[in-house]
Design a protein around this ligand. Structure first.
Ligand SMILES: *[C@@H]1O[C@H](CO)[C@@H](O)[C@H](O)[C@H]1NC(C)=O
Ligand SMILES: *[C@@H]1O[C@H](CO)[C@@H](O)[C@H](O)[C@H]1NC(C)=O
Length: 497
């Protein structure tokens, strides 16, 4: 062995030692970091017509004769969590989760949609649910609205009608007043951008207002105002006494530029994706991202319209929306590639933004819309850190489907790889991430996919009137993680069975 080889070995040992040590440190969850799982009212509760509850837009959408939902499935019974929540919460407690994210059904609390009539029975259900979560040592993360507004508001145009801003704000006030002493983490709204795209520019989700390049902009505009009003109400009437945090949950997914050096297209993809709803709240200047305004306004003008299809905020609204969140909640599942599309001959930007989103066919498939790209989580967290001055972030949804049965090795691998990217973003790159939430606790009604996409850590037998629950293997792995306070390598999986 010559000198150089010995020296080389020495260096190699040093580097691998420090590498391992660093890696070990990186895989620890920071002190106070909260891990939990999630659901939403329509997807799990069932009991669609009890306790005076009136139909929501999703009851209407799934009950329609020409329903486009897979297998014409409905949430009438779903997981029956309305009756079985104690069993669910006991299983979460057994895993060692620190929080449970769920949502409130508007029409279960306000059967007319308005505060003229409060259903005490509906309200009591949520008080009991919240108390049970707390009794079992977990923090309730409560989403006030997760897509299921009163059906009659649909006939008024739902989120395309600005009246929704005050309707929602009145509902939020009741919720803060009645439940706020028990809740420290609120999310006003879930994924407005996704609801606006799939429900207002397409007919895939309720309400199915299929007005592309128009409906989604109008919808999100009112959503953002509604959020800001709820935030203002909390500040003025409840914050001093209740001392909670109020945030919003956005779908923020990373777009890898194609070709990879096209950073400008990557930036535009981000601004017109995650930035559409995030920039108005979390940027210094507020309002929609500049590139988005330029391109949609420009297109509208070239189309000969007297105004832009992208609605304009007054300076007052820009101010009220800017800063209206104590944290940013993000949902992350997958990623896309983004490619620049040059202006057409007449100057029009294709797709309004001059970008095209594509699936890279080499990426592993989980379910139809979900390709597994763990690095994308790190990329989006670092982008949020850089663009919005490192705000507190809660990951409010992340997860994947598995096949029927309890051996969900692919889910463990998915969660491991995404959590690892998250921990590197936190511990190595300084991203201010406060919590991580797995979608979903139970197999649930997955919107247009009905009961065919199984996202649950816990399997639910939907053919059993009792909706029997069976924890999957991933719950054992998660229990170990919760005990150790650090990510466990998937090589240790053998010990789980
Ligand atoms: C509620 O809906 C169920 C179907 O999910 C039906 O069997 C039942 O009769 C309904 N109850 C009322 C009071 O309408
Ligand atoms: C697809 O992704 C792979 C792996 O990330 C990458 O190497 C490749 O360039 C991508 N291909 C296309 C056509 O985008």
């Amino acid at each position: 062995m010559d000198q150089f080889t010995i020296f080389g070995c020495f260096i190699f040992i040093l580097r691998s030692c420090s590498g391992t040590q660093l890696e070990e440190d990186y895989l620890k969850f920071p002190p106070g970091f909260s891990i939990g799982s999630a659901s939403s009212a329509y997807q799990v509760e069932g009991a669609w017509n009890v306790s005076g509850k009136t139909p929501s837009v999703w009851d209407w959408f799934t009950h329609k004769k020409d329903s486009t939902v897979m297998d014409q499935a409905t949430g009438d019974i779903a997981c029956d969590s309305y009756h079985k929540y104690k069993e669910d919460i006991a299983m979460m407690k057994d895993i060692g989760f620190r929080h449970y994210r769920f949502s409130l059904s508007w029409t279960r609390i306000l059967p007319t949609g308005f505060p003229d009539k409060i259903s005490q029975e509906g309200l009591q259900y949520y008080k009991d649910l919240i108390d049970e979560v707390r009794r079992q040592g977990m923090e309730p993360f409560v989403t006030i609205y997760h897509w299921d507004h009163p059906e009659f508001m649909n006939r008024l145009g739902s989120w395309t009608n600005e009246l929704m801003v005050e309707y929602y704000a009145e509902y939020a006030r009741i919720v803060f007043r009645e439940l706020g002493s028990r809740v420290k983490v609120w999310a006003t709204l879930n994924e407005p951008e996704q609801n606006c795209r799939l429900g207002f520019a397409k007919d895939v989700h309720a309400p199915g207002i299929n007005l592309p390049y128009f409906g989604e902009y109008l919808c999100l505009h009112n959503y953002l105002k509604a959020h800001a009003r709820a935030y203002q109400i909390y500040n003025e009437e409840f914050r001093a006494e209740q001392g909670g945090q109020v945030g919003i949950v956005h779908l923020c997914e990373h777009f890898f530029p194609q070709p990879s050096h096209d950073l400008e297209t990557s930036r535009i993809g981000f601004e017109c994706g995650c930035g559409w709803a995030t920039h108005p709240i979390f940027s210094k200047e507020g309002n929609y991202p500049q590139v988005m305004r330029e391109r949609v306004n420009g297109n509208s003008k070239l189309e000969g319209l007297p105004f832009s299809r992208l609605p304009k905020f007054s300076p007052d609204w820009i101010k009220r929306i800017r800063g209206s969140s104590d944290f940013l909640g993000i949902n992350v599942y997958t990623a896309r590639e983004v490619r620049a599309m040059p202006r057409e001959k007449n100057g029009i930007w294709p797709n309004d933004f001059g970008t095209e989103l594509i699936i890279n066919e080499t990426w592993p498939v989980n379910t139809a819309w979900l390709r597994v790209i763990p690095q994308a989580l790190g990329e989006i967290l670092r982008r949020i850190r850089d663009v919005y001055d490192n705000p507190p972030v809660y990951i409010m949804e992340n997860g994947a489907t598995s096949a029927k049965g309890v051996n969900d090795y692919n889910r463990i691998e998915y969660l491991h790889d995404y959590m690892k990217e998250m921990l590197l973003a936190i511990n190595r790159d300084g991203c201010n991430v406060k919590g991580y939430t797995i979608w979903s606790f139970l197999d649930s009604f997955e919107w247009s996919e009905g009961y065919t996409d199984l996202f649950g850590l816990v399997e639910v037998d939907f053919t059993d009137p009792n909706r029997k629950r069976t924890p999957r293997l991933s719950t054992k792995w998660l229990k170990k993680i919760m005990q150790k306070g650090r990510l466990i390598n998937i090589k240790d999986l053998g010990q789980l069975n």
